[in-house]
Design a protein around this ligand. Structure first.
Ligand code: 5RP
Length: 207
């Protein structure tokens, strides 16, 4: 079982974690796309959702899941999202869909952040280029400072106006890369998610 079947299996397990009365953060991507119908089908009457992208918000609303703006100080009970790579120590790379800034805000606000992936996302060590969201102001200077960084071709701006780019770097020490990116002026946020954020990783696999 891999690909969509694996993603669906992980999504189905995650949907079972949602209980009536919860405020739930919804991530972005094809795995979350599979979660939403399963969650809607559970028919919970008092679940309120916060969406990390317009696409997720649209799909959730179409399925009858109530989506509210993320403008309250209280946190979320649960957030569920996919990932592009998951290392054994639970460092993640996210942002394949360019939504990592909102996704990280939502993950950090959740009491429990659950990652849903199929087996193909499990890696021995992170290898992807790290997605970054950059302020348009001074973009060439920011890219130069980041080193081996390119604006992602064809990627729309983030819903907050950020430019999506990818930074190639050695990821032997993800914490050091995360610290460097976070300290670079013009970087809104990057797609490295630290293990401290991650409560659970649900891997959809045979059985
Ligand atoms: C979007 C993300 C996604 O969670 C990540 O790209 C995984 O996507 P998919 O579920 O389609 O494999 O970080 O910014």
């Amino acid at each position: 079982m891999s690909g969509d079947a694996g993603k669906r299996a992980a999504a189905e397990q995650a949907a079972l974690l949602v209980e009536d009365g919860m405020r739930v953060g919804l991530g972005t991507g094809s795995t979350v796309d599979l979660l939403l119908p399963v969650l809607a089908a559970r028919g919970l009457r008092d679940v309120r959702c916060v969406a990390t992208s317009d696409a997720t918000e649209r799909q959730a609303r179409e399925l009858g899941l109530p989506v509210e703006p993320f403008d309250a100080r209280d946190g979320l009970d649960l957030a569920v999202d996919g990932a592009d790579e998951v290392a054994p120590d639970r460092w993640l790379i996210k942002g394949g869909g360019g939504a990592h800034t909102r996704e990280k805000i939502v993950a950090a606000a959740a009491e429990r952040f659950v990652v849903i992936v199929d087996e193909s996302k499990l890696v021995d060590a992170l290898t992807w280029a790290v997605p970054v969201e950059l302020l348009p102001f001074g973009l060439p200077a920011t890219l130069a400072r980041l080193g081996d960084a390119t604006v992602r071709e064809g990627a729309p701006r983030s819903p907050d106006g950020g430019v999506i780019a990818d930074v190639r770097a050695s990821l032997a020490d993800p914490a050091a890369v995360a610290a460097r990116l976070a300290a670079t002026p013009g970087v809104v946020d990057h797609g490295l998610f630290a293990p401290e954020l991650v409560a659970d990783v649900i891997v959809g696999r045979p059985g």
